[in-house]
Design a protein around this ligand. Structure first.
Ligand code: SPV
Ligand code: MG
Length: 645
């Protein structure tokens, strides 16, 4: 009951750590002043059931005899065995408790003590423990995890000793006689605190070490927006290592690698701030921990061990090297594969595919990222490719933000020309196929939007389905694909007529989230920059939420010029580009110029169909499918691409 800090005694600290580890049964052997001890333990009010066993011969026996007295309570289970004068840090205790083999704490770095236990280790096993064994020994402390069968062997020997009145030695003397049958491994605590207090000097050393431990900091990063008991359990463990600083991943960082955050950053931050045991919450702006670690220099970084493989591995590698710069440590806890967490995750994913949530995501992404990318999808499978493809590059993960349901690709998939021949009902069917298996926002190619009287219905249907944006082009009559340019007859709609169509669409929509984008064909139809800009400003005035400017030139100059001139007068209306022809400019440059949505409009169709044609030809040429094998995706890969639920 010696005080080691103003708030703790050796015993209260031990018992609290025991309770925090989820251990509920404690057998305590007592001697001198046992009534005081019993009252003290009960007064701590811990969720522990105590069995106190008095050793009536405490004055002239060693603790081997106390164990003997308690033997009937100690059989039939794994146990943790410790002396009452031992102080250890929580990380040490957790490691011992969670060890799947019997173990005892040793230190390979601390000097050998004169009077205390030492352990002789050979081939990874403890062969002998005692105070007078020195050759090749390690410092040892009497904190054990003992698996049932190992403990049984040792306890039987303890009983044998005591029954022949060999009661003045250590229990370890009995162990030394059965160490070939009782397999105990050394658990090396190195310099971590695990020390007995026998003297006032020991007490001073331990107390100052505890002070230092209390000032340590621990860093964890969270990306989840729904906190479940698994997260709390890991927070509880991390918090025991020191003052816990939680890095909350910014919305943008989450959106770049995982699913879109359901709860915005500020909300998530405030939730973490209110979890007991969390000392401080900071923003982590990137997937990389490097900036925060260099700034905060935490003593520990805590993470689940699941990031040793897969896309998080480079992030982990970087953490390890930054920690090495200043001597921090990485602590990895086993990642819980509990099905209830997978079930929760599935539920969140389902939420994201719900129309209201999906519809609003495009606007949120635009606000968050400034530049959003979309990949063409014309079926469930191409939707899955847009949804799931991720690339890891320079420690960052890249994926598409949204999907583009192109009229060209939707028509092509149906073997039809891109002339508004595939009717809206059929186009909606395509959207539905994609929506059924994905969660990302959808931008719909609405062609000309048709008659204004029809367009208003299209807007409502798309909105109800959860589509985020429809793009309609300022053409009229029989629409042809823009990439034909002036090679075919195409008629541009009047500014008045098209503005009225936009205004009618905006009036028809029910939610704030849905966006109508006006696509300007002036450059395609060679009507000049002035016409393009005049239309752009008129359409914004009519209510367009975004402007798409199109070109079929390889040279991006006219697009760049348009962006520059448009931005001189309008800093906010999002600009959408489909850089199929002018494809040499990278996304970052478009962003810097002032563009906001980049649509990769047809690349899946244009790569997929030649591959299929090639396979068909190969089979015909060889009169069998064998030669085709190397071109094929493995059945395993295609199965894993498609979710089971
Ligand atoms: C589409 O993908 O159908 C488009 C873009 O409208 S483009 O083909 O470039 O006209
Ligand atoms: Mg189109």
């Amino acid at each position: 009951m010696t005080e080691i800090t103003p708030k703790e005694t050796i015993l209260s600290r031990q018992l609290k750590l025991i309770a925090e580890a989820g251990i509920t049964e404690v057998v305590m052997t007592t001697g001198y002043y046992d009534g005081v001890l019993v009252n003290y333990c009960n007064s701590l009010d811990l969720p522990i059931h105590f069995t106190f066993v008095n050793n009536p011969r405490y004055a002239d026996t060693n603790y081997i005899y106390s164990i003997y007295c308690a033997r009937e309570y100690l059989r039939g289970d794994d146990i943790v065995l410790m002396h009452g004068d031992l102080v250890f840090e929580s990380g040490v205790f957790d490691d011992v408790v969670n060890s799947d083999k019997s173990c005892v704490t040793v230190s390979s770095t601390l000097p050998l003590p004169e009077k205390d236990f030492k352990a002789v280790v050979k081939d990874g096993r403890v062969r002998k423990i005692g105070v007078d064994v020195f050759a090749g020994a390690l410092m040892a402390q009497p904190l054990y995890k003992l698996k049932r069968d190992d403990w049984q062997v040792w306890l039987d020997k303890i009983c044998e000793f005591c029954e022949s009145d060999n009661v003045k030695c250590y229990a370890e003397n009995a162990f030394n006689e059965v160490s070939d049958r009782c397999e105990i491994r050394p658990h090396d605590v190195k310099g971590a605190l695990c020390a007995e207090i026998d003297t006032p000097d020991d007490l001073a050393v331990v107390s100052s070490k505890l002070k230092e431990i209390e000032s340590r900091t621990v860093y964890m990063c969270f990306s989840t927006d729904i906190i479940h008991s698994g997260h709390i359990a890991i927070i509880r463990r991390a918090e025991k290592l020191g003052r816990l600083i939680i890095g909350v991943l910014s919305d943008e960082a989450i959106a770049s690698y995982k699913r879109f955050p359901l709860i915005p950053y500020a909300e998530r931050k405030s939730v973490y701030e209110n979890i007991a045991g969390v000392y401080r919450v900071v923003e982590q702006k990137t997937l990389s921990y490097a900036d925060n670690l260099r700034e905060l220099q935490p003593d520990y970084v805590v993470h689940g061990d699941d990031w040793r493989e897969g896309f998080q591995k480079p992030i982990r590698d970087e953490v390890v090297s930054v920690l090495a710069e200043y001597g921090g440590r990485l602590v990895e806890f086993p990642y819980s594969n509990d099905t209830k967490y997978h079930e929760l995750d599935k539920q969140f994913r389902e939420q994201l595919s719900m129309p209201d949530i999906r519809r609003g995501r495009l606007k949120k992404l635009l606000a968050m990222k400034g530049l959003v990318t979309a990949l063409e999808a014309h079926s469930g499978i191409t939707g899955l490719i847009a949804e799931k493809t991720t690339v890891l590059q320079d420690g960052k993960t890249y994926q598409f933000d949204a999907m583009w349901v192109s009229s060209l690709c939707d028509s092509t998939a149906k073997g039809k020309p891109d002339i508004e021949l595939v009717d809206m009902t059929s186009r909606f069917r395509t959207i539905d196929d994609i929506m059924e298996v994905t969660t990302k926002p959808i931008i719909f190619d609405g062609d000309t939007g048709g008659l204004t009287e029809h367009f208003v219905y299209t807007v409502r249907t798309l909105e109800r389905m959860g589509v985020s944006m429809v793009i309609i082009e300022d053409k009229t009559g029989l629409k042809k694909n823009s990439l034909f340019g002036t090679e075919v007859k195409q008629t541009q709609d009047s500014i008045g007529n098209f503005s009225a169509k936009i205004a009618a669409g905006k009036k028809a929509q029910k939610t704030k989230d849905f966006m109508i984008c006006a696509r300007i064909e002036s450059l395609i139809l060679e009507r000049g920059m002035e016409d393009a800009l005049t239309r752009a400003f008129a359409f914004v005035k009519a209510g367009a939420d975004a402007i798409m400017i199109h070109s079929r030139k390889k040279d991006p100059s006219e697009i760049k010029e348009f962006i520059e001139k448009f931005r001189e007068q309008d800093k906010t209306t999002p600009i959408v580009l489909v850089p199929t022809s002018f494809n040499t400019v990278c996304e970052e440059e478009w962003k810097a110029l002032g563009a906001n949505v980049i649509i990769y409009a047809n690349q899946l169709t244009r790569t997929g169909f030649p591959a299929m044609q090639n396979a068909a030809r190969t089979i015909l040429e060889n009169h069998r499918a064998k030669e085709c094998d190397d071109m094929c995706m493995s059945i395993k890969d295609i199965i894993t691409l498609i979710p089971e639920e």
